[in-house]
Design a binder for this molecule. Structure first.
Ligand code: BGC
Ligand code: BGC
Length: 817
């Protein structure tokens, strides 16, 4: 019998209690020796005249105004009036924050809001110097929060194309589209070197070697910011770029998001620093500090790296911005109080909802001397320096600047052409038996698979919403799906193309193209415990491929994914296999290569696994044994046969955010029921019983019936798991269910009252969701949770559950705020 987790009381507050990690002191193992790092001489030098202006400004600023420059709030939690009253130097929007709270707000609303924040910042107290605010956004694959923007391939694809010049043009196009909406600063590029593809942010990085990431950092930053020394550097068509996330974000143990890089200083430097050196050499003006730790110590509090290496050794004179409330994870800090971070060298707190608290505590600590005035002045100087360089003081309202309001430039034909070329160049051809590709466009082509006609799926995370989910086709005006691109190419050549997601056909096609792959995800929600592909589609793409093959139709597989995944059964089932990554809005680029208008030239930026448990897998490893090595990619015309591959999947993997699916508990857990302290798989049914039930398929769900004869619990029980990451932010425990009877008495889910939500579902008589944010669970130790799901009541209750998972809450949020 396993003990159930102590039942939680409802959390009282969010801000300020995010402290979950046990304090880890600094040790020699997590303290850098700057003299062992390369010394850099940044090509951007402070300009003495500008520095004098900054001196004069700082001398006139109030301490409140100074503190304002080092705090930024999220537009979902801050108003223009707050910016005026607290003199904030910047605002930003997280992946789920949009003007008016509408994920698909039109571009003009973004520009209007940019004006509103700028107006507020410049109508500050007239006795104080006027310091316009700037706005940061995750324009990570194009201006990807904005409806109608060009969506470029995610970095994984851009890396596969190995075309730095095109990269520069992508940066430049992205910057112009940002300027259309009046936004002056992007939180991009991610220059992580990703060492474990289980990490859900693998696609945001450029690959597994420092060399590849370093080779792209420069061109992309120059595209975004312009060239140092040019008149329009950081201005006009350009923006301020951010290199992120410093340092070792892609080197955490087991690929855990916000995890811990457990490596020596030499490795930290040699693997992860080269892209930062390239970024600084290209003049990057902002660096975002990583959420993650190095040997147990949070980067955000590591003065030896932030001040010692970046500022002193590398001479970086721009500013260090924090990540989303990351300062709250520093030893001894909360999200609203963290002098440790600024004292370690952070220059701007990214304080989405906690900005007021951190503003107040910082002010207090400057007054008390806990934060030296000289440190505050240095942080302010850095912010002002970047603002001066970017011409923010003279630029005027965002809507009055070059390109503002030029909505014709959002997703313009020129920008889409760049993206389309990038899509074609990014494709990596892994198999091409019998030289099937390129196909003849004049043929009869069948297009199948759940990914063929879906812009959201081909665009991945950080697309209109944080995780790239919850959008609809109408949100992508001007975009082209992969199917649409194929249809156009085939029709233009006099052939015929048909589309059927399940691969059904009446006249036998000359070839079939099956498009499938991962569904969108972003930070953390994309983390996995292995690198096997679990097809999320409701149609069975593998069966479709096999059926087509059996009918004598040659099959081309087009795989959409944020990383290499173990797909041996699919490789076996296909004659040709193309890794298409996350191409974005210009699906036509796929047809360009499939039908020979452009050659295949992409090569792997990450090693491709031979086995599902093969992670980490990196070129240069001892015993390196990939299926396709780093750098592999067939060129057009090259033979591409593959022997039959082993289809057995190794045990124990999966998506670590799924707890119950297809009628079964996952992750080695069991569904146990019973009276408190007496949980078992099938106890006597006096208080509670469980049996399989159907929702979409036979026995894909479980029915749980409480009799009301005494308190009873249904729980998923297994080995302890660490939920500290889940509890940090918006992640919720989500249950998909139908309520057939009850609730007759109070019901708790992991200790949080969910009775009203269950009653609402019972009345609605339909399937619905309950979502409880993990931060609501004030459990004793979130680092060791044995029962992440526990539903308890003493009354009658009859529910059928089809899924239990961690994810972004949609409907049914039961909040504890
Ligand atoms: C992300 C934001 C997102 C937020 C949602 C954060 O971790 O960085 O972009 O909007 O979570 O809570
Ligand atoms: C992410 C950053 C992002 C920020 C703002 C964080 O959670 O780690 O990459 O820039 O949110 O959305």
């Amino acid at each position: 019998m396993m003990a159930i987790l102590a039942v939680a009381t409802v959390g009282t507050a969010t801000v300020g209690v995010a402290q979950v990690a046990p304090p880890t002191p600094s040790t020699p193992a997590n303290t850098a020796h700057p003299d062992r790092w390369p010394a850099l001489r940044s090509p951007v030098r402070p300009d003495p005249a500008m520095e004098r202006k900054i001196d004069q400004l700082i001398a006139r600023m109030s301490v409140e105004q100074k503190v304002g420059q080092v705090v930024q709030g999220d537009i979902a939690s801050i108003t223009p009036d707050d910016v005026r009253r607290y003199h904030l130097g910047s605002v930003f929007n997280g992946g789920n924050s949009d003007p008016g709270g509408r994920y698909n707000a039109p571009a003009k609303d973004w520009l209007a809001l940019a004006d509103a924040f700028w107006d507020a910042s410049t109508s500050d107290d007239p006795k104080l110097p006027r310091i316009p605010a700037i706005w940061g956004i995750d324009a990570v694959h194009g201006h990807s929060n904005i409806v109608g923007a060009t969506l470029f391939p995610h970095n994984v694809g851009l890396a596969a194309m190995r075309d730095p010049e095109l990269m520069r043009r992508i940066g430049a196009a992205t910057a112009v589209e940002m300027r259309v909406t009046g936004i002056d600063w992007t939180f991009a590029p991610t220059i992580a070197v990703v060492r474990d593809d289980r990490w859900g942010r693998t696609y945001e990085g450029f690959g597994e070697t420092p060399a590849i990431a370093a080779s792209y950092a420069g061109p992309l930053i120059e595209g975004l910011q312009g060239r140092i020394g040019d008149r329009d550097w950081l201005k006009g068509p350009h923006v301020i770029a951010t290199a992120k996330h410093f340092l070792g974000d892609g080197g955490t143990r087991n690929g855990r998001d916000q995890g811990d890089a457990q490596i020596g200083e030499d490795q930290l430097r040699d693997l992860f620093a080269p892209p930062y050196e390239a970024a600084i050499n290209a003049g990057v003006q902002s660096i975002m500090v990583s959420f993650s730790s190095w040997n147990g110590r949070k980067m955000t509090g590591n003065d030896s790296l932030l001040t010692g290496v970046v500022k002193r050794r590398w001479g970086f004179d721009g500013f260090l911005v924090g990540d989303w409330n990351a300062h709250g994870q520093v030893e001894g800090c909360s999200t609203t109080d963290c002098p440790q971070a600024i004292n370690a060298g952070l220059d701007i707190y990214m304080a989405p909802d906690s900005w007021k608290g951190i503003w107040q505590s910082t002010l207090r600590e400057v007054q008390s001397g806990a934060i030296p005035m000289a440190r505050l002045d240095d942080a302010v100087r850095r912010v002002l320096r970047v603002k001066f360089r970017a011409g923010i003081f003279e630029a005027g309202r965002p809507s009055s600047r070059p390109f503002a309001g030029r909505y014709d430039m959002l997703g313009s034909p020129e920008h889409r052409a760049i993206a389309r070329q990038a899509v074609a160049e990014s494709l990596v051809l892994l198999k091409n038996a019998g030289g099937l590709l390129p196909l003849k466009p004049g043929a009869r082509i069948l297009v199948a698979g759940d990914g063929a006609d879906d812009v959201a799926k081909q665009s991945g995370g950080w697309t209109l919403s944080w995780q790239g989910t919850g959008t609809k086709p109408a949100d992508f005006p001007g975009a082209t799906t992969i199917w649409q691109g194929i249809d156009a190419a085939v029709r233009a050549a006099g052939g015929t193309a048909t589309h059927a997601a399940d691969g059904a056909f009446s006249a036998r096609p000359d070839a079939a193209i099956v498009v499938f792959g991962e569904n969108p995800y972003a930070e953390f929600q994309g983390d996995r415990s292995d690198v096997a592909f679990d097809d999320p589609a409701t149609t069975d793409n593998l069966a479709t491929m096999k059926r087509l093959r059996a009918a004598g139709v040659p099959v081309v597989a087009v795989f959409l994914s944020g990383r290499p995944l173990w797909v041996n059964p699919y490789l076996n089932a296909a004659d040709a296999f193309v890794a298409a990554w996350l191409p974005g809005s210009e699906g036509a680029g796929v047809a360009d290569a499939l039908f020979g208008a452009r050659p295949f030239r992409g090569t792997l930026p990450y090693s491709w696994p031979k086995r599902s448990d093969q992670s980490p897998l990196n070129v240069g490893d001892a015993g390196y044994d990939p299926l396709f090595a780093y750098g592999f990619g067939l060129k057009t015309g090259q033979p591409g046969e593959l022997p039959r591959l082993d289809e057995r999947r190794a045990d124990g993997g999966g998506d670590r955010n799924t707890l119950f699916a297809r009628g079964k508990a996952t992750g080695g857990r069991r569904l146990l029921i019973g009276a408190p302290g007496q949980l078992a798989a099938n106890p006597s049914p006096e208080r509670i019983s469980q049996r399989p039930a159907d929702r979409r398929a036979q026995e894909d769900s479980v029915r749980l019936a409480w009799t009301g004869a005494g308190e009873a619990t249904a729980a998923l029980v297994g080995a302890p798991v660490d939920l500290t990451r889940e509890a940090n932010g918006d992640v919720a425990l989500i249950i998909e269910l139908r309520v057939d009877a009850g609730p007759a008495a109070p019901v708790t889910l992991d200790g949080v009252a969910v009775t009203p939500r269950l009653a609402a579902l019972a009345n609605a008589k339909t399937w619905g969701e309950i979502a409880v944010p993990l931060r609501c669970l004030a459990k004793t130790d979130l680092g060791k949770v044995t029962a992440p799901f526990a539903l308890t009541t003493a009354g009658t209750l009859d529910v059928t559950i089809s899924a239990i998972r961690f994810g972004s809450p949609g409907e049914g949020l039961v909040d504890c705020r």
